[in-house]
Design a protein around this ligand. Sequence first.
Ligand SMILES: CC(C)(COP(=O)(O)OP(=O)(O)OC[C@H]1O[C@@H](n2cnc3c(N)ncnc32)[C@H](O)[C@@H]1OP(=O)(O)O)[C@@H](O)C(=O)NCCC(=O)NCCS
Length: 162
Amino acid sequence: MELKDISFREITLQDKAWIDAFIRKHWGDNYIVVHNEIYVPGELKGFIAIKSEIKVALITYVIKGDKVEIVSLNSELENIGVGAHLIDLVKNEAKKCKCSIMWLITTNDNIKAIDFYKKRGFLLTGISKGAVDLSRKLKPGIPLFGENGIPIQDELVFQINI
Ligand SMILES: CC(C)(COP(=O)(O)OP(=O)(O)OC[C@H]1O[C@@H](n2cnc3c(N)ncnc32)[C@H](O)[C@@H]1OP(=O)(O)O)[C@@H](O)C(=O)NCCC(=O)NCCS
């Protein structure tokens, strides 16, 4: 499987049910809590990756002023460039909207995501210690430990100029 076998398109209103289910599968519910805010990815802008008519990855984002925040990114077809391409698609949209900064939050346990963003030029610009404990007040289902056994506690802010 190669990236050329994958098609990409913008989210439409018809995708909402699939996005709700996809986000629930990956993040425990159809909403995400970051920096003490609730986001429903099914209500956001974004892009979907499709392989043989099956949706395999999703990125959602929010633009505020000159900043674009990646709210969610999940790829079920890893290591062929789908995640990086989805980021590029958002970057292009954000540039059209005169954004100069792209940023996102991940958590201290998510080593793969931390590596992924660092290798793509994102800089760690902030750490909010214990922020996930606050998030659990809004979303009690957030697990205490990541898949690798690391306690999920802190929010890490990654940022890149675009
Ligand atoms: C992080 C995540 C989005 C990456 O998605 P992905 O589709 O695997 O991303 P890519 O394929 O673009 O890149 C992943 C790796 O594959 C490598 N890769 C890309 N194309 C490749 C190819 N043709 N052959 C071999 N390796 C390739 C990339 O170099 C990258 O490795 P690196 O980070 O060591 O450089 C995905 O692992 C995921 O969904 N994780 C769980 C959810 C999550 O944590 N999301 C982020 C939280 S904000």
